[in-house]
Design a protein around this ligand. Structure first.
Ligand code: CTP
Length: 417
């Protein structure tokens, strides 16, 4: 990553001493760091420490450097703003846009992405005022890292601890990298995520272990890269992302209807949801009762439509179809063969092959996929957090859709004599 101009805002909480670690990690990673502490922060950590670690002068006073219009210049020059720790009071000021100190002015004068790491006592964090302010900031695109759960300043413990400096820095640099890439601007992307549930009766369903984490990461990453995103959410077990048009579904037939509607005119459809292949032939209107005796129960299942195959085998010019293959096969070659056959059978343009198992894939934060293209060739292999896998898949989507758009603009090269 090329060096960034990073503003680190430090506000007045005991975790301010740990912010020194945030500044140091950013400097060691090669970034130009400008620390803007509040007056309260300087009661916890001294200006000489911050100047030495950041290797830059440290300003707090709104009325110093007026000739160089410092109150807006710092924000205008920033590529990224990290506020760690962010106290309840600072969060409230940011949510309402109060600019009564240098940090408040810097944030308002900047178009850079903002990442905050809240730190406060559990009661303050849980207070509806703080939660409403956090929701306002998230809706505005601010990334909130933490707070972590653990020992607080006193004897108490709970949510409210500032996240560790390395976690904050990794998240902040990820946000900066994504916001620098606006390569999906103007594209409409539909993502399905989660796992379907097929009702048996009013209290039971047939489901699967998909949490929706990978699909949600793809939706978030696509939005961060500038796309207009429709997320079709099937029973997510993770928080819904901001900034996406979210359509809630539960069963396969609901998912099919929602995807069919959303896919019209979409540039990309990513089928990350785990879709049930069968559903009960009959749904009982009342709770199914044991009939007495020790006999088992036989359920009759009927086939569900294959949504991806339906899209893949219909004309879909201009819409790139990306499927997933969830396979338990351990052997690498066999896994690829299964993936190739699945892509072909479904008519997907790209297929991300994903090994799943009792401990792999579902609900975990990490993932590894092999993406294959129309001739079964390996286009990319990506592994890491589900967010980095999401970006790896979108890198392929961008190059596929860009070359398709270029081909449409110049259908053929005509040689003139
Ligand atoms: N899929 C779908 N409709 C279905 C089943 C799957 O659209 N009825 C999609 C999934 O969203 C995924 C891809 O097809 O993008 C492959 O899903 P997967 O569960 O791996 O494969 P199946 O088609 O269900 O095949 P099998 O269970 O036999 O491996």
């Amino acid at each position: 990553m090329s060096p960034l101009n990073v503003v680190v805002g430090i506000t007045g909480g005991i975790a301010a001493y740990k912010a020194v670690g945030v500044v140091r990690a950013l400097v060691l990673a090669g970034h130009d760091v400008h620390v803007v502490p509040t007056e309260a922060a300087l009661r916890f950590v001294g200006r000489p420490t911050l100047e030495a670690i950041s290797r830059n002068p440290v300003h707090t006073d709104l009325y110093e450097g007026v000739a160089e219009v410092r109150h807006v210049a710092i924000g205008q020059a920033a590529d990224l703003i990290v506020i760690a720790p962010a106290t309840a009071s600072t969060i409230a000021k940011l949510a309402t846009g109060i600019a009564d100190d240098l940090l408040g002015n810097t944030v308002l004068a900047s178009e850079a992405p903002v990442v905050i790491a809240p730190a406060m006592h559990t009661e303050m964090w849980r207070h509806p005022a703080t939660q409403a302010n956090i929701a306002t900031l998230q809706a505005r695109g601010v990334t909130v890292v933490g707070p972590g759960v653990g020992q607080l300043t006193g004897a108490d413990s709970g949510p409210g601890r500032m996240e560790e400096p390395e976690t904050i820095v990794a998240a902040a640099l990820g946000v900066a990298a994504a916001s620098a890439r606006r390569d999906l601007a103007g594209r409409r992307v539909v993502v399905t995520a989660g796992g379907t549930r097929e009702p048996l009766d009013p209290v039971r369903f047939l489901g699967n272990r998909s949490s929706g984490k990978q699909g949600v990461a793809i939706a978030e990453a696509a939005r961060a890269r500038g796309a207009e995103v429709t997320l079709i959410a099937a029973n997510l077990e993770v928080p819904e992302p901001d900034g996406c048009d979210i359509r809630h579904v539960s069963s396969v037939l609901e998912l099919q209807q929602a995807v069919t509607d959303a896919a019209k005119g979409a540039d990309v459809v990513v089928m990350a949801a785990a879709v049930a292949d069968y559903r009960p032939a009959d749904v009982s209107e009342t709770k199914i009762k044991k009939d007495g005796g020790d006999d088992g129960l036989t359920l009759e299942l009927v086939r569900n439509p294959d949504i991806l195959a339906g899209l893949g085998h219909a004309p879909h010019d201009g819409t790139l179809l990306v499927g997933f293959a969830a396979e338990t096969e351990a052997d690498e070659q066999r896994l690829l063969e299964l993936g190739r056959a699945k892509r072909e059978a479904k008519g997907a343009d790209l297929l991300a092959i994903n090994r799943v198992g009792w401990t792999e894939g579902f609900a975990s934060d990490e993932n590894a996929v092999v993406v294959i293209g129309r001739s079964g060739e390996i286009v990319t292999r990506v592994h890491g957090t589900k967010m980095s896998v999401a970006h790896g898949i979108l890198d392929v989507v961008v190059s596929e859709t860009t070359s398709a758009a270029a081909a449409a603009d110049h259908p053929k090269e005509v040689e003139s004599t």
